[in-house]
Design a protein around this ligand. Structure first.
Ligand code: MG
Length: 307
């Protein structure tokens, strides 16, 4: 009887990931890994160790892991701005901020005189506007920020326009918005609701909205993540959605069908595409950072090179 020495960990992702591939652990030792971002100018992945209140860096070329910054006020999600700076969420400072060559500055921290809860994840649209989610985890969980009160008694998704300095809620019907990403043409915004993290019968699904003139319309459930929840996700060049879950990485087609997944040894919180060709999927999973080669690239990278 043949003994399966290398059980497959990639399921049903023909054309997206080679069936024999498996995630490699690049680094470990974090408390709770989140917010991975490929930093092309550094040739490295930056990610948040939220419980460690620090940002870690793994150099792909060097194969080394180091502490990028300490005492970072509990950063979470981040995204590369087209100008090369990093836009990141700070639970502790309850704001969206910019890291430009190591110098941190505030972008936006409140709307209508009320501070945000604890911005969790962020994307930049093609028009330069900054969209982010604002769940309560950084003011409710001591290990992830500073305990405090919501100043608007809710959890919204916001859009900030750096040209006009206007910030406005664009989604108000999600209980606890968490991960977010645009479809390749930015006509659809996907946002996960992870309120099951706060209450037993809470939501664990991803919603989709039509984006019309900087506003979100026609909200509907795109996919229900049955194992755990979708803390963070990315969209590939074909519009497939790659999300974290308690079952590893799950991939959904643009019409919401579950295509398959990638087993990961630890609970996955978030992920990003990157590497020299943009085809490597980096996976932030509890204590560790993993990587696996794919046959696709991020929607935003594809969009920028084709414009
Ligand atoms: Mg998140």
């Amino acid at each position: 009887m043949a003994i399966e020495m290398n059980p497959r960990v990639v399921h049903g992702l023909e054309g997206l990931v080679d069936a024999s591939a498996r995630p490699a652990r690049l680094a470990t030792g974090a408390g709770w890994s989140e917010g991975p971002m490929w930093a092309p100018a550094r040739g490295s992945v930056l990610w948040s160790d939220i419980h460690g209140n620090r940002i870690l860096e793994h150099s792909l070329a060097e194969g080394t892991t180091s502490v990028y910054r300490e005492d970072v006020e509990f950063t979470n999600g981040r995204v590369l701005h087209p100008d090369g700076s990093i836009i990141q969420c700070s639970h502790g400072r309850r704001r969206i901020e910019r890291d430009r060559d190591g110098t941190i500055s505030e972008i936006v921290a409140s709307f209508g005189g009320r501070r945000f809860n604890s911005p969790n994840d962020v994307v930049v649209a093609g028009d330069g506007s900054i969209w982010f989610t604002d769940p309560p985890y950084g003011i409710r969980i001591a290990a992830e920020g500073h305990l405090g009160e919501s100043e608007y008694d809710d959890c919204f998704v916001f859009r900030y326009d750096p040209d006009s300095d206007e910030v406005r809620p664009v989604i108000v019907d999600i209980e606890e918005p968490n991960g977010l990403a645009f479809s390749p043409d930015e006509s659809v915004l996907y946002v996960s609701d992870t309120s099951i993290a706060s209450r037993k019968n809470g939501n664990h699904h991803i919603r989709a909205y039509d984006v019309v003139s900087g506003r979100c319309k026609n909200g509907r459930v795109f996919a229900v993540v049955e194992q755990g929840f979708s803390d963070g996700f990315r969209i590939d060049a074909d519009g497939n959605l790659w999300t974290s879950s308690a079952a590893g990485v799950l991939v959904y087609s643009p019409d919401g069908a579950l295509l398959g997944g990638i087993d990961v040894p630890e609970t996955v919180a978030n992920l990003c595409f990157g590497g020299p060709e943009g085809t490597t999927l980096f996976i932030a999973a509890t204590t560790s950072l993993y990587a696996i080669e794919t046959l696709t690239v991020d929607a935003t990278r594809a969009g920028r090179t084709s414009r």
